[in-house]
Structure formats: C-alpha cells, structure tokens
Write a new protein. Structure first.
Length: 115
C-alpha cells in the first residue's frame, strides 16, 4: 500500500463514500423529521468526511514538518488511514444490511456497526 499510491487513493475514496453512506443512514434513523432526501444527506456527509479527512492529513503532515519528524508522521498517517480503509471494508456489508432489510436484521446490523 505504501508503494502503490493509486490503490491507496482509491481505498481512501472508498472510505469517504462508505462513511458518507453510513452517516446519511444514521442521520435518517436518528432524526426522521429531517426533510432532506437521502442523496442530499449523502452528498453533505461525503463532503464533510472528505474535508475532515483532508484536514487531518494536512495537520499531521504540518506537525511532522514543524517538529522535523516527517518519516514518523508519514508512518503514523499510513497506520491511521490503513485502519480507516479496513473499517470501510468491514462496514460495507453492514451498510447493505441496514439499507435493504427489515426491522430485526436492521437492528442487529446497527448494533454490530456501533461496536
């Protein structure tokens, strides 16, 4: 993953989209009185996660540069973003279950995703 930047970038985009879907589904479940359509919530959530993701990356790179520990900061960024990529892969089946099933399976999937 360190040497192949394109797959890493694609997995980061996959994380942002997966997290956006999960946040949009969560907002719909928690506050059903919101009058936004799902796709509008999804777009706002993807933008929010993307901005937070880029901000976090920029801050970590900046801190590494300021304290002259760029190699250590790069290793930390790699580990944190690797955890995010694994989280996206693990959340995808739960998101599918949440979006497409009825009440009993939906409740189980929300519980598992919360854990």
């Amino acid at each position: 993953m360190v040497q192949n930047s394109l797959p890493s970038l694609l997995f980061n985009i996959f994380f942002v989209v997966t997290a956006g879907i999960y946040i949009a589904l969560s907002v719909q479940r928690i506050t059903p009185a919101i009058n936004f359509p799902f796709w509008q919530l999804f777009i706002y959530a993807v933008i929010l996660v993307g901005v937070v993701y880029l901000f976090k990356y920029g801050i970590l790179k900046f801190i590494g540069w300021v304290f002259k520990v760029t190699k250590l900061a790069d290793n930390y960024i790699f580990l944190i973003f690797l955890v995010n990529k694994i989280l996206a892969i693990l959340l995808l089946p739960l998101i599918i279950i949440i979006a497409l099933t009825g009440k009993p399976a939906n409740t189980i999937a929300w519980t598992l995703s919360g854990c």
